[in-house]
Design a protein around this ligand. Structure first.
Ligand code: GLA
Length: 742
């Protein structure tokens, strides 16, 4: 068992392959304190010293005069509210009498094999021999609020999944105003904080800065995990880079409002909290009712950011993504959005499919505009029936034609939305999220459906299912194109309006679950105006998520670097599109666009009938490379070798087979520099004593690979580096394949 309770020391000892996490119980009152999280320990004699309760102010039973000093400095495992700890609280309630204080003490615990589900929420999972779970029950003796702190450790991955369940054990209703899913108190050090910020078309840019005193936080109140901030935060020692230094990562398995915060106080105590954003959140708990807070993933690496990335990738591939598609090659798709936008007919779609099939593309995805009266983005969301003006003969006929070409068919939906100009709105205006007498804020001229209501979910799913049953539709792109505002639900009483945002997320999760139950083999791709809801929660439902509406190969280097910091490449939706690029107007070589898209779930987003002969001839070559290398890209270990974000000149990363016998090196020169030697880039993750033969992968030539004739030892490639020629011209890519050779 990787979790132990040391009875004599009153310490819980949690191990993962390379990390240890220690917490314990102090004082007769039974406070839960945090002792250690970091590199794996073999022995822990003397660990209780770290509670520092043998020095002033001691514990309250020895010095009740200075109780507040104790509360404000003790490393709590899950912080209290309003009783003398002036740092960030983990929990806040409002009682019938209007008080908000809460302070927990230990009651009991249980250690078991395996890991239970979190009611209504996405969460990591594992078999009994893969994961162990500790549940600690606590109580606030005054309000009778009961809290269960849950910790799951994974046998083969350096990650701990934490979550919290709150139960109203009193005889009165309580209002839960804040419930963090994890709190971690540590000794402050000279640390940096790393987050991923962004915007539409600029998602998940890495940003690193020094952590000082006070509070540093990221979060969102947009009702989705958001383009703007990612539900992630990492703390890094100053020396941390891709290969060395210590990194603490916190990642939230949730798709709605969140808060992630690091705080350093007067005594040099550092507290990190992560959970549902408390702003606008208030959940009424009747006596006996429970609230399940979502899960936070904690990971510690002493091998820098690369170590963190690979732990998270393995965790998500083995313990979070459930789709039967996870370990399969996904069909290479072509999406008509950038090809036609709203302006298409069935004939046009079949033309695109016919040409695509010839080139080896395997699935046609019909994007926005196929339903209701949807000739532009001002109307018809909610009217999920086929627009026969555009698609004469209906979807059945269209899909049969596409299937007859040997291609699969996929369809776009935006199930959580309602257009004010729609039949749905005419019939159910109260189904939109809005506040009575306040004109709701429109975005892209649409409103958000109140999917916290069962009748709304049933109605929409009924329509979606009807469409999906009407033809052989094997893929769905589930979009969500605006944030939530004007939070009001016609179905909730006044004292439950603060539950809307979370109920919305639970409703959306339930819809996705029901979709997958109805169509278990469906390939689902989530999307939100590009990557506005790219988070671990959504991965529980869909094995891939559209990374960004920005398909420019160079912008994608930054977006995909930030995304791959946390997520395996197999879940990043990436497509080749036309130039000049529709978002930034940049022109890049077709081969470079292909290479960038190959590092994700590969596909096209263009009108293939309008491609130049040269580009058209390159498509089957890219398709061939996808088939040759996608198993490696999907299942391999990811290593970041150089960051264009940092050096402003070039980008380089590797995917290495799990046993090190083969690797791909993706190199992109963004800007050419004249009069220089080749570049020398140290590789990672190879076998030291092995020689590797180096091949150039051709995305624009007849043969798949050219043997460069070079053979270099893994040791040398990792220590001295791989020599890479400097291509002539900007935006040039090089894809190299390294193979173990005797
Ligand atoms: C969002 C998606 C795009 C496309 C459009 C359609 O922006 O990210 O890929 O589906 O919606 O309206």
């Amino acid at each position: 068992m990787s979790i132990r309770y040391l009875e004599k020391d009153r310490i819980f000892w949690l191990d993962t392959p390379n990390t240890t996490y220690l917490l314990g119980i102090v004082a007769q009152e039974g406070f839960l304190g945090h002792l250690y999280y970091g590199k794996r320990l073999e022995t822990i004699t003397g660990a209780r010293e770290l509670f520092r309760v043998t020095e002033p102010p001691f514990v309250p039973e020895k010095n009740d005069r200075d109780r507040s000093s104790f509360f404000d400095a003790f490393p709590f495992e899950y912080s209290s509210h309003g009783v003398g700890d002036f740092r960030e609280s983990s929990l806040r309630i409002r009682t019938k009498s209007g008080h908000s204080a809460v302070s927990l003490v230990y009651v009991s615990h249980e250690i078991r094999k395996g890991k239970g589900k979190l009611a209504g929420l996405p969460a990591t999972f594992g078999k009994e021999d893969e994961v162990t779970t500790l549940v600690i029950r606590c109580i606030d003796p005054v309000t009778k609020l009961e809290v269960e702190l849950s910790y799951s450790t994974f046998e083969k991955v350096d990650a701990i999944a934490r979550s919290v369940r709150v139960i109203n054990g009193s005889l009165e209703p309580l209002y839960l105003e804040k419930v963090m899913s994890a709190c971690l108190d540590m000794e402050a050090r000279d640390l940096d904080v790393l987050t991923l910020h962004g915007s539409w078309a600029r998602e998940r840019r890495m940003e690193r800065k020094p952590l000082g005193h006070g509070k540093f936080s990221v979060g969102t109140q947009r009702g989705e995990s958001s383009h703007q901030e990612h539900p992630f935060l990492a703390l890094l020692t100053k020396n941390a880079d891709q290969t060395m230094g210590e990194v603490y990562g916190f990642h939230f398995v949730y798709s709605g409002n969140f808060l992630a915060q690091a705080e350093t106080n007067q005594f040099g105590n550092l507290r990190v909290v992560m959970g549902i954003q408390p702003e606008d959140f208030c959940w009424k708990l009747e006596p006996g009712e429970r609230f399940q807070a979502p899960e936070v993933i904690l990971t510690y690496s002493c091998q820098g950011l690369g170590g963190m990335s690979r732990s998270l990738h393995d965790l998500y591939r083995n313990h979070l993504i459930r789709s039967p598609w996870l370990h399969k090659k996904r069909p290479i798709l072509i999406n008509n959005w950038e090809a036609t936008y709203f302006d298409f007919t069935a004939e046009k779609i079949v033309d695109i499919a016919r040409e695509s099939a010839k080139l080896g593309i395997e699935m046609l995805v019909l994007d926005d505009g196929w339903f209701g009266n949807r000739f532009d983005d001002n109307r018809s969301l909610g009217d999920w029936w086929v627009n026969e003006e555009k698609i004469k003969g209906g979807l059945g006929e269209l899909v049969s034609k596409i299937n007859a070409l040997g291609m699969k068919f996929g369809l776009w939906f935006e199930p959580e939305m309602i257009s004010p100009e729609s039949r749905l709105f005419e019939e159910h205006p109260d189904w939109a999220i809005q506040i009575p007498e306040r004109r709701p804020c429109r975005a892209r001229n649409q409103l958000v459906l109140d999917v916290s209501r069962k009748e709304v979910r049933d109605f929409i799913l009924d329509q979606v299912f009807r469409v999906l049953h009407s033809a052989n539709i094997e893929y769905v792109k589930w979009d969500m194109n605006r944030p939530l505002s004007d939070l009001g639900s016609a179905a909730l009483p006044a004292d439950r309006q603060g539950e809307l945002s979370h109920r919305y997320v639970l409703g959306m999760y339930e819809m996705q679950e029901r979709l997958l139950q109805e169509f278990p083999n469906l390939l689902l791709e989530n999307c939100s105006g590009g990557g506005g809801r790219f988070d671990p929660g959504m991965l529980y439902y869909s094995p891939q998520i559209w990374c960004s509406d920005d398909t420019d190969a160079i912008e994608r280097l930054k977006i995909q670097e930030g995304t791959a910091l946390l997520y395996p490449l197999c879940c990043m939706g990436a497509h080749v599109s036309v130039c000049p690029n529709h978002t930034v107007g940049r022109s890049t070589p077709f081969a470079t666009r292909g290479m960038t898209a190959l590092a994700g779930t590969f596909g096209y987003e263009l009108d293939v009938t309008k491609l130049s002969d040269e580009d058209k001839a390159a498509v089957p070559r890219q398709v061939r490379a996808y088939h040759a290398f996608h198993d490696l890209i999907r299942e391999g270990n990811y290593y970041r070798c150089a960051s264009y974000l940092e050096n402003h000149e070039f980008d380089c990363y590797q995917v290495v087979a799990k046993r090190g016998e083969a690797a791909l090196v993706f190199f992109t020169q963004v800007l050419a520099t004249p009069n220089m030697h080749s570049r020398c880039i140290p590789l990672q993750g190879l076998k030291k004593g092995t020689n590797y033969r180096i091949f150039l992968v051709n995305l624009d030539k007849e043969e798949l690979m050219t043997d460069t004739g070079r053979c270099v030892s893994g040791d040398l490639l990792m220590q001295a580096g791989l020599l890479l020629d400097r291509p002539w011209g900007d935006f040039q890519g090089r894809l190299l394949y390294l193979e173990e050779t005797p």
